[in-house]
Write a protein that binds this ligand. Structure first.
Ligand code: GLU
Length: 479
């Protein structure tokens, strides 16, 4: 982006505010409520020192609480050098709308720590994380009933396990301590399917979109996901899982992958597992034996494809490149990848955008399931699974007896038997709950998109549904 373009571009928080404003201009909210919903309730900055390598290092972290119309508030903690107050506030606001849209009963929050995690050893990261968690927990900014963090860019299961343990040490008699953070490893109170959840949600969102031929037509596409050319920007946790499921299960072709050090492109489609393994081993895509390597990966965002999946970070589609984006359909797997200015250019071109607050809500949805699991202290499916299997067995036995006794001689195909007899375990239940959530949320957005003439895009539709729900909740409190 050149300097001139950059100065015209609003910051991330202003971008989210502009999108919010576009939606509220179509609503008639009571006087003052619009402002109450839009602003961030509080942002805490914590600065703390950790002794590392013989010297004291001071770190700066944030936890922003955007809306407490429902508690606990929810949202990830990000580790990156680019973290700043403006960014966590924008991300916290997005969490409020996201949770409202997919009906997870939380307010919105987000946290961040200004560090490059790659510069520290595992032990150092543990000390930094524990100290950050301590600072947040003692201010109730980590608490099962008030504020429940989760992973985000630069953090994962490992950091969540440290946070949970730190909270437990500080609250030794809290029986619900495990519910203070989500995205934990299974052995530390996590849930099956949380790691894949955001990418899986992106897949379910696209499956639902392609169930509606009218919507597919709006993007100038036809048919289903099978054979669609997909370019993914960022093969981190979200991008990797989305690309993996879309190619392995839906028949889509991953024609491009953009990473920090460049991009690779192949008309035939790339093998996602192999690319991921290469990145893990070599730290980037450079040198990957298949496809064509381009040093300036961002140009691949402008390549011909059917679906573009920005899955890395905010602001990658901006005033400087929006006009050159050719993809007719963009699904925002990351938070805020399209700036407000770029959004306008793309809308004018007729690009269909499946917005972040819906597209990447799979993570918080499964976080919700994990939180419920922690509070109920029992794994999903533990009570019903065998009973369900026994009842299915009864049906199969009876069918076989009928067929035998009547002399018809039907036999049940073994494939059917295996699938029908298997009761749902936690992973199946999590996926089913996530699929249901993504379908329901899409339908609520779609209704507004198609029923209200002044609503021309899914983003405004999503904001209208979300803000409407937050407003109702504030009004029920007497505000
Ligand atoms: N960091 C994720 C997001 O942006 C997950 C948040 C959560 O699970 O609380 O949605």
């Amino acid at each position: 982006m050149n300097v001139e373009t950059r100065t015209k571009e609003p910051g991330f928080r202003e971008s989210v505010d502009l999108m919010f404003n576009r939606a509220v201009s179509l609503m008639s909210l009571p006087e003052g409520l619009e402002e109450k919903i839009r602003v961030c309730n509080a942002t805490y900055t914590v600065r703390f020192g950790v002794r590392l390598r013989g010297a004291i290092h001071t770190f700066t972290g944030y936890r922003s609480v955007h809306s407490e119309h429902m508690e606990p508030v929810k949202g990830g903690i990000r580790y990156a050098l680019s973290v700043n107050q403006n960014e966590v506030e924008a991300l916290a606001a997005l969490m409020t709308y996201k949770c409202a849209l997919v009906e997870t009963p939380f307010g919105g929050s987000k946290g961040g720590l200004c560090i490059d995690p790659r510069e520290y050893t595992e032990h150092e990261l543990e000390m930094i994380t524990r100290r950050f968690a301590y600072e947040l927990a003692k201010r109730d900014l980590i608490d099962p009933s008030q504020n429940v963090p989760a992973p985000d860019m630069g953090t994962g299961e490992r950091e969540m396990a440290w946070i949970a343990d730190q909270y437990r040490r500080m609250n030794t008699t809290d029986i619900n301590a495990n519910a203070c953070v989500t995205g934990k490893p299974i052995h530390a109170g996590g849930i099956q399917g949380r790691v894949e959840a955001t990418g899986r949600g992106v897949e379910y969102a696209l499956q639902e979109f392609f169930r509606h031929p009218d919507d597919v037509k709006m993007a100038g596409l036809s048919g289903g996901l099978d054979g669609k050319r997909v370019i993914v920007q960022g093969l981190g946790n979200v991008g990797y899982h989305a690309a993996k499921f879309l190619s392995e299960e839906d028949g889509a072709k991953i024609t491009g992958v953009v990473e920090r050090d460049g991009g690779i492109y192949s008309e035939q489609g790339l093998n996602v597992e192999a690319v991921r393994a290469w990145i893990v081993k070599h730290g980037g895509v450079k040198g990957y034996p298949e496809g064509t390597f381009v040093e300036d990966g961002a140009v691949l965002l402008e390549e011909e494809c059917d679906i573009l999946v920005p899955a890395a970070m905010e602001g990658v589609i901006h005033l400087g490149n929006a006009a050159r984006i050719k993809a007719p359909l963009i699904i925002e797997a990351a938070n805020g990848p399209i700036t407000a200015g770029a959004d306008e250019i793309l809308r004018e071109k007729g690009t269909v955008i499946i917005p972040d607050l819906y597209a990447n809500a799979g993570g918080v949805t499964v976080s919700y399931f994990e939180w419920v699991k922690n509070l109920s202290h029992i794994r999903f499916g533990r009570m019903q699974r065998r009973q369900e299997e026994a009842r299915h067995q009864l049906v199969v036995d009876e069918l076989e007896r009928l067929s035998r006794d009547s002399g018809i001689g039907w036999t049940i195909s073994p494939g059917f038997k295996d699938r029908y007899l298997k009761g749902a375990g936690e992973l199946e239940l999590v996926r089913s709950g996530l699929d249901d959530t993504m379908r329901a949320a899409y339908q609520s957005m779609r209704e507004v998109w198609h029923d209200r003439e002044e609503v021309r895009d899914l983003r405004v539709a999503a904001y209208l549904v979300a803000i409407g729900r937050v407003a109702k909740s504030y009004q029920a409190k007497g505000l």
